[in-house]
Design a binder for this molecule. Sequence first.
Ligand SMILES: C[S@@+](CC[C@H](N)C(=O)[O-])C[C@H]1O[C@@H](n2cnc3c(N)ncnc32)[C@H](O)[C@@H]1O
Length: 360
Amino acid sequence: MPESSIVVRPEPVDSGTYTAASRLQAAGLTRATEIFAEAAAAVPLPTPPQPIVLADYGAATGHNALLPMGAAISVLRNRTRPEHSVLVAHTDRPDNDFTALFRTLEEDPDTYLHKDRAAFASAVGRSFYSQILPSNSVNLGWSAWAIQWLSHVPAPVHGPHLQVATCGDDELQAAYAKQAARDWHEFVAFRGRELCPGGRLVVTTMGIGDDGEAGFRPLLTAIADALAEVTAAGVISADEAARMCIPTVARTAADVTAPFAPSGVFERLSIAHLEIVDAQDRFWDRYQADKDAADFGARWAGFARASLFAALSAALDGGLANPRCADLHERLEKGIAERLAAAPERTQIPLAYVVLEKRR
Ligand SMILES: C[S@@+](CC[C@H](N)C(=O)[O-])C[C@H]1O[C@@H](n2cnc3c(N)ncnc32)[C@H](O)[C@@H]1O
């Protein structure tokens, strides 16, 4: 997914409602940034001229990482000299839009590059389900809204349920759970190699709390209904519709801790912090204030378009290159916006924050 999701993406600078605070209203970002700053205060630092290395796993455009990186760099700067260099490695899959990333790093008013003269940026275009940085090189890691995407889709979720969490098919859920467990195991193992002794990694991802809910239900229902409408209108075939799914997984606390059992240590890593919370639905909060149902529907539909439509359209004959793609996206966005505007409700957004620490 080249585009950062709107639910986590802050207001654009030119939106008229932009303030530094509104950027921090991105779902879960405020709390994650606090946790990241605490990690920056705790990690051991290398001796200059060895740079302090920060890694951003699953960076997309880098937009949402600017404030957390900036917060961590300012904590680190208070612990070391002004000329001690900080190197940030933004990583994503090879098909990510790295041009957009470099533009954000250069041009965004909140870029850490313009706030700290000894901060430097770099990028790695490789999947984080392998080792992508040198062993013992990363002092502080960050990964937000990225590891819910599986390395491999076990099988499409057929029928009206787009998401495995709500499909009710035990066998399919077991296959996804197995893949999710393997991916988390690999992700942790490789970060265990890359982190320096005493280094920390802060992960924000889709969670499942004690109520067993993976969240996002109103949106998933609206997408499924809009898909049924475009199928009935002949925009996509019934076969294409049946293949469409959103291959993301949410994780429970038990899923997160599994690789660390029974000793609590895995690849020299242990869990320093784990919390699963219900994150703010800022589109709902906005609707509570302005009662603009059309705007509420449009915002959630915009989020769906930016973050989920590419995964759905991959199921078209010929994939994303299919010429019907653009029409499909227009109709789907409109259909989702109308449905959510007709019955606005708060969306549950369960989020997991995990901090891993490598033994010194
Ligand atoms: C929803 S975006 C989140 C971007 C950003 N971290 C944020 O908080 O807004 C998810 C990102 O994870 C990336 N991603 C998914 N699977 C990945 C993988 N196996 N390796 C590296 N990046 C991956 C996607 O390409 C996408 O850019």
